[in-house]
Design a binder for this molecule. Structure first.
Ligand code: NAD
Ligand code: DAU
Length: 342
């Protein structure tokens, strides 16, 4: 059946991959991307779909109630999927305010419009970071949907606040919501401020590879397409009012990822530079995805060994995409973040 889906934050990493997935799978759906095009949003990422008759791009801020309502009035969406967010932990430590504005107020603004226009499903793309972290010496522990929220950074706190609001709008107003809490994604169009693309870009430019602390922190990596498929399942078949954890049981220490990237690119490990740790650095994330598997049959399809090769190949074949970013205003960010980090 024909549906209109508004995808917020679709010019960013995961949102753009989700748009490609939806346009590829549902030829009769209309996909409308609403994005403010912050430093992390890139219209060139969507170039291949901009001319499609069932795709529309609208530049707007999710906190702008008038602009959001005007778009909802015009498009009458069936489904809204909210990817729009400030997403980088290090930036949230440097300047938290915009995280509170976009991630909390923006989510509430979207839900207000969903209520007004009777949207059938509001899906909030959340993160495993809302659960805080797990100790490194307890590999038996995982985040389930019942793990208490216990955040560490302004970023994760803003995402947890949004999750609580989403659940409150369900209980108080009966807004049909769902939430996915996913682990670390990797793949094409990942902004080069994040670990994997930063290390690939730096290694290709023979620049130092800045590993925080001892590189022992563990993340649970999932290929971005698998995350998009999970959200597709949740918005169509997931239960309203529910939270679904998404992750692929693929835990790796940061240092092992960086060494693997060096190996794949034929670069020396001597490029690795240990730098001052992130403040409040979460030790380990590990998702238990049993619920989404049991209820919706979701399982990750891409193994890390294949996904990382595909990702590196993409960065090699799309140098212009990331070189434009790293040569622009990102240079100032990089200097601020890493310039005298010892
Ligand atoms: P990203 O930073 O690559 O993209 C964010 C997008 O949102 C950009 O296009 C940006 O322009 C847009 N945006 C920011 N503020 C906006 C505003 N006020 N109004 C409209 N658009 C705005 O982020 P990402 O890595 O693709 O993450 C997308 C979502 O998934 C986020 O909500 C994030 O919390 C969540 N998430 C990310 C990961 C991950 O590993 N990257 C894992 C789990 C969950
Ligand atoms: O777990 C999901 C989260 O994953 C998402 O909610 C966030 O939006 C996303 O940015 C990501 O957060 P992380 O903080 O885990 O990702 P990041 O790529 O910033 O860092 C991954 C790990 O690598 C982390 O332990 C910090 C470390 N790191 C990161 C950078 C950028 C380094 O050692 N050096 C670096 O230069």
């Amino acid at each position: 059946m024909k549906k209109t889906v508004i995808v917020t934050g679709g010019a960013g990493f995961i949102g753009s991959n989700f748009i490609f997935h939806m346009l590829g799978k549902y030829a009769d759906y209309r996909i409308v991307c609403l994005d403010k095009l912050t430093y992390a949003g890139n219209l060139s990422t969507l170039e291949s779909v901009l001319d499609k008759p069932n795709f529309r791009f609208v530049k707007a801020d999710i906190c702008d109630r008038a602009a959001v309502c005007a778009l909802f009035e015009e498009e009458k969406p069936d489904i809204v999927v909210n990817f729009a967010a400030e997403s980088h932990v290090d930036r949230s430590i440097e300047s938290p305010d915009v995280f509170l504005q976009t991630n909390i107020i923006g989510t509430a603004t979207l839900m207000g419009a969903c209520r007004k226009y009777g949207v059938a499903r509001f899906h909030q793309v959340s993160t495993d970071e809302v659960y805080g972290d797990l100790p490194l010496d307890r590999p038996d522990l995982f985040f389930t949907e019942n793990t208490p929220l216990h955040t560490s950074s302004p970023y994760s706190s803003s995402k947890a606040s949004a999750d609580l609001l989403v659940l409150a709008y369900y209980r108080t107003y009966g807004l049909p919501v769902s939430i996915s809490r996913c682990s670390n994604n990797y793949g094409p169009y990942h902004f080069p401020e994040k670990l994997i693309p930063l290390m690939i870009a730096n290694a290709l430019n023979d620049k130092p590879l800045p590993v925080y602390g001892k590189g022992e922190n563990v993340r649970d990596w999932l290929y971005v397409e698998d995350h998009c498929k999970a959200i597709d399942l949740i918005i169509h078949k997931g239960r309203v009012g529910e939270v679904y954890n998404v992750g692929g049981h693929n835990e790796m220490a940061n240092i092992d990822i960086v060494k693997l990237i060096c190996k794949e690119l034929g670069k020396p490990e001597s490029l690795i530079t240990y730098v001052a740790d992130r403040k409040g650095h979460d030790l380990r994330y590990a998702i238990d995805p049993a619920k989404i598997h049991r209820e919706l049959g979701w399982l990750p399809e891409t193994k890390f060994a294949d996904g990382i090769k595909k990702t590196i190949k993409w960065y090699l074949e799309n140098r212009e995409w990331w070189e434009t970013i790293v040569s622009g205003e990102y240079k100032d960010y990089y200097e601020r973040m890493y310039g005298d980090r010892k």
